[in-house]
Design a protein around this ligand. Structure first.
Ligand code: ZN
Length: 458
């Protein structure tokens, strides 16, 4: 049985084996430089600039089981980005895990290399000790049971997000309740999502009262008869958000329309305002939204709320961040944050930040879209843009997703930095500083209010 010399320390043997592995020569993760940078990045209490975490009793993907409503393995996958490009068998009406797994075990067959799948693996590996690539039926049953158990109280959320993912603060984009700024956890900070209010040419444009400035106005006896009334209501919403400690704005209009926003006049917008959805033309609605976007750029500066804008992967035909450049150039005192690195237009995003000092790049969600492109993006951006203008966020809805995507990002950033260090393109102490900037310091600088909300080491 003993095929190695007695007394050889097991660890050095394992290290030797790792060096012999066929891919190790090209794998930066096998180097001591990577190990040091990764360990340092792991220690940084992160500031996560973009999440959609709801209050514990409102988590969105619970399902019914024989034991009652529960978070299950299905809930974890259905709340992830995996179903965006892969099949996910529906939760069965009998609520039985075995029934589901019988079907669902094959959902992963074509997903093995995709980042939507792989970005979730750190949660199973690190939180549950399960290698999902090789999971057996028995392991799946046990994993599901542990997930159900973990979510019986909100303790699991705190434990995973604060201790395991090492996140100190996260910005919450409540796209389900856009005018609500409550902080459900001490580690969350509110964001004002302006997506819908930029569409408000008429009260009937809103499907949800939660999003409607008209409902907001009615509750406060504010008039909405004219465009100027509406703009005053919007300004009041901004004031309310600032008082509630909202730290920035967020738009996801890239899912609905092109990011080309023309400078439309007040006269033109006033003539359109108040037209019902069945009377307004598509061109008029677009012009109204263009006008409102420019208004919001001005309000962003006025209320010192940097503007997070979803760019890239959405409506692909209209989400290239280059479409925003005229509006960015016209508002030099508004701080624009280009989300998701503009995937797949990461080079375009880099050059916009290179040319405009009022632009920051947020890599949130990017490693989950494509790990390879995210790593390339970090390397390229650090060459084109000062290191204090790159941010990160996980962008998901439950503890496992937040943990996994945070771990995935820390690994990706550590790889990108370590590659520069081994090529002598960057000194190691500088790489460590950049790692800390991206994971934490840049967010504290861009959103100074967050410094008041820090709660660790107090
Ligand atoms: Zn998001």
């Amino acid at each position: 049985m003993h095929c190695y010399p007695p007394g050889t320390p097991l660890l050095s043997l394992l290290a030797g084996l790792a060096l012999l592995a066929p891919t190790s020569a090209e794998d930066i993760k096998q180097t001591p430089v990577y190990a040091r940078i990764k360990a340092a990045i792991d220690r940084v209490p992160a500031i996560d600039t973009h999440e959609h975490l709801r209050a514990y009793d409102r988590l969105p993907t619970r399902v019914s089981t024989p034991g009652g409503t529960a978070m299950t393995l299905y809930s974890i996958w259905s709340g992830s980005y995996f179903p965006w490009i892969n099949p996910l068998s529906p939760w069965p009406t009998n609520g039985n895990f075995h029934t589901w797994w019988q079907d669902a075990q094959h959902n992963f067959d074509n997903a093995r290399a995709t980042s939507f799948y792989r970005s979730m693996l750190p949660a199973f590996a690190d939180l549950y000790g399960v290698d999902f690539d090789t999971i057996t039926a028995e392991q799946a049953v046990a994993l599901n049971a542990r997930i159900v158990e973990n979510y019986r109280t909100d303790k699991w959320l705190h434990e995973v997000i604060v201790e395991k993912a090492n996140i100190e603060l996260m910005l919450i984009d409540k796209y389900w309740n856009r005018l609500n700024f409550d902080r459900e956890y001490r580690f969350t900070a509110p964001v004002l999502n302006v997506t819908e209010l930029m569409r408000g040419s008429h009260p009937d444009q809103f499907t949800s009262d939660n999003d409607s400035p008209y409902v907001f106005a009615r509750q406060r006896n504010l008039p909405t008869a004219t465009l100027d009334d509406y703009l005053a209501v919007i300004d009041t919403i901004f004031t309310t958000a600032v008082r509630a400690d909202a730290v920035c704005l967020k738009s996801t209009q890239a899912y609905q329309r092109s990011l080309t926003y023309e400078p439309v006049t007040h006269t033109r917008a006033a003539a359109i305002y108040g037209k019902a959805p069945d009377a307004i033309t598509a061109a008029e609605q677009r012009d109204f939204e263009d006008f409102m976007f420019w208004q919001v750029c001005g309000l962003s500066e006025k209320h010192d709320l940097p503007f997070q804008i979803h760019t890239g992967q959405a409506r692909v035909q209209g989400s290239n961040p280059l479409l925003l450049v005229d509006a960015i150039a016209a508002h030099p005192n508004t701080k624009f944050i280009l989300f998701h690195g503009g995937y797949p237009w990461i080079g375009e995003t880099g050059v916009i930040a290179m040319r405009h000092r009022n632009v920051w790049i947020d890599s949130c969600w990017l490693p989950t879209l494509s790990y390879t492109m995210a790593k390339r993006a970090y390397r390229e951006w650090l060459e084109a843009v000062p290191s204090d203008r790159i941010l990160w966020g996980a962008d998901t809805v439950h503890a496992e997703g937040i943990y996994a995507m945070t771990a995935f990002t820390r690994r990706c950033l550590a790889e990108a930095l370590a590659e520069k260090v081994v090529r002598n393109e960057l000194r190691e102490p500088h790489a460590l500083r950049i790692g800390r900037q991206v994971m934490r310091d840049n967010a504290l600088q861009l959103f100074p209010k967050l410094n008041r909300m820090l709660w660790r080491n107090k």
